[in-house]
Design a protein around this ligand. Structure first.
Ligand SMILES: Cc1cc2nc3c(=O)[nH]c(=O)nc-3n(C[C@H](O)[C@H](O)[C@H](O)COP(=O)(O)OP(=O)(O)OC[C@H]3O[C@@H](n4cnc5c(N)ncnc54)[C@H](O)[C@@H]3O)c2cc1C
Length: 430
């Protein structure tokens, strides 16, 4: 990035765009953000921030302002439901040894996603809006302008030294660099990679529905008691009706997010909007196949807060051949460049890494290096998310894959095997 007196224009005030602005400021490079939504827009639901993102947030003064607003996490428990026949003593006298199904929970694995000693930080589950509020406040503190309700439309001219562009309201602006931090449905991506076949999001076939429940309503068994090891929090519990994710997201652990996912048909943008607003229908989905879950999960699903329901349709992006336009003045970052699948909780984290390292890269050669290194790193993260999918399979299915011990060691990271991800790996030379 040049040390230019003209501000760099950033499209999108999501996690990547705001982090980029603060990172540029860290290197004394001015920027300005344009966001199509109004300032009053609230983005619902919690996200997980892993040590690789928190380390950068620490450098930017974000971490100290969010750490007490979220739930700190070390290991994530993978568990499985087990059907057990139990003697029903009430019926035994009359019918003789009649048995009743009971659903137990068995621990399968622990996935280390944060560790103060190993990585410097625990992971943090936190409301996304709380993170955005802090990032925006820090931008305001250092005088980075954010123009809301300002929607990027198209580029009018890209020269070797600048970019002129227009907003949907007809106004225009010129900048030395235009950075698209405009999310998975990025308009700016089509300038960098004009062929839609190579740059359009692809339907990944699944939908997650998440909602909040009060911890006191769900009343989970204590995982420290014998026989309850499978109830460690956070938890990804598998059954033959798929998985349920159980994650606290406030420091006191009093609010818990429950999430389920299913194969789903692709919908249009309007279709997704309609689905997202139909809380009753979504609630009914969350209550599907209740009988396969153990009692506390059933209770949680029945008592969740309908208004808190959020949907996450899974799209993936093809691996893009480039993240910068041919003339090099238009750049994409965050989900606009790489929509990382959900399994590793790395979508936003990779956006944070990409933004920080983009700001730190110096003009031309370093931008080439940034693009190359980041593309290689994100490809590794995407592969990890695919490997992690096998952890969510029922044990019999998993066994059929015949995966080696070394594979599991590398995926679980208990001895630092994931240092490349949670350490400095994504940004080390920039
Ligand atoms: C339900 C759910 C749960 C998730 N959980 C996790 C998690 O636990 N951990 C994790 O790391 N990731 C998670 N993710 C992924 C993560 O949310 C994304 O990777 C991250 O938000 C990407 O950030 P971004 O800034 O690149 O894009 P976005 O957050 O999509 O922000 C893009 C911004 O650009 C604006 N914009 C778009 N077009 C224009 C335009 N033309 N003009 C002006 N502004 C525009 C948008 O309004 C938006 O504010 C989750 C995603 C979902 C949906």
């Amino acid at each position: 990035m040049p040390n230019s007196p003209e501000p760099i224009a950033i499209i999108g005030a999501g996690i990547a765009g705001l982090t980029l602005a603060l990172s540029l400021h860290h290197y004394s490079i001015p920027s300005v953000i344009y966001e199509m939504r109004p300032e009053s827009h609230l983005t619902p639901g919690p996200i997980m921030l892993a040590p690789n993102a928190l380390r950068i947030f620490d450098k930017l003064g974000v971490y100290e302002r969010i750490r007490d607003a979220g739930f700190p996490i070390e290991g994530l428990t993978f568990s499985q439901t087990v059907q057990q026949k139990q003697k029903d003593s009430a019926k035994e006298d009359s019918v003789g040894c009649e048995k009743q199904e009971q659903i137990k929970v068995k621990k399968v694995d622990d996935w280390l996603i944060g560790h103060e000693k190993m990585y410097g930080y625990k992971a943090l589950r936190i409301m996304r809006q709380s993170v955005l509020v802090v990032l925006r406040a820090l931008c305001a503190d250092v005088g980075i302008p954010i123009h809301y309700s300002k929607c990027f439309s198209h580029i009018t001219l890209e020269s070797p030294t600048s970019v002129s562009f227009a907003f949907t309201d007809g106004s225009t602006a010129t900048t030395p660099f235009l950075v698209g931090a405009d999310g998975i449905w990025s308009r700016i991506r089509s300038i960098v990679v004009p062929d839609p076949e190579k740059a359009e999001p692809v339907w990944a076939g699944g939908l997650a529905i998440t909602a909040t429940v009060k911890a006191e309503a769900i009343n989970l068994p204590n995982p420290l008691q014998d026989g309850n090891e499978g109830w460690g929090l956070p938890n990804i519990m598998s059954s033959n009706a798929g998985v349920v994710l159980i994650v606290p997201y406030t420091l006191d652990g009093k609010l818990i997010q429950l999430a389920r996912q299913w194969p789903w048909e692709n919908l249009s943008k309007d279709g997704w909007k309609k689905l997202a607003s139909d809380k009753q229908f979504l609630h009914d989905q969350l209550l599907r196949d209740l009988e396969v879950w153990p009692e506390p999960v059933r209770r949680g699903l029945e008592k969740l807060e309908k208004e808190s329901i959020v949907v996450w349709p899974y799209y993936s992006l093809p691996k893009l051949e480039r993240w910068r336009s041919e003339k090099g003045r238009v750049i994409i970052v965050g989900d606009a460049a790489h929509a990382v699948p959900p399994m590793a909780g790395q979508g936003a984290c990779q956006g944070v890494e990409g933004a920080w390292s983009l700001a730190g890269a110096t003009l031309n050669d370093a931008l080439n290096l940034w693009e190359k290194q980041r593309q290689e790193h994100v490809a590794k993260v995407v592969q990890l998310t695919k490997d992690l999918n096998s952890l969510r399979l029922p044990l019999q299915e998993r066994d059929k894959l015949g995966l080696s011990e070394e594979f599991w060691r590398n995926v679980m990271g208990r001895n630092g095997e994931l240092m490349w991800l949670y350490g400095n790996g994504g940004i080390e030379t920039l």
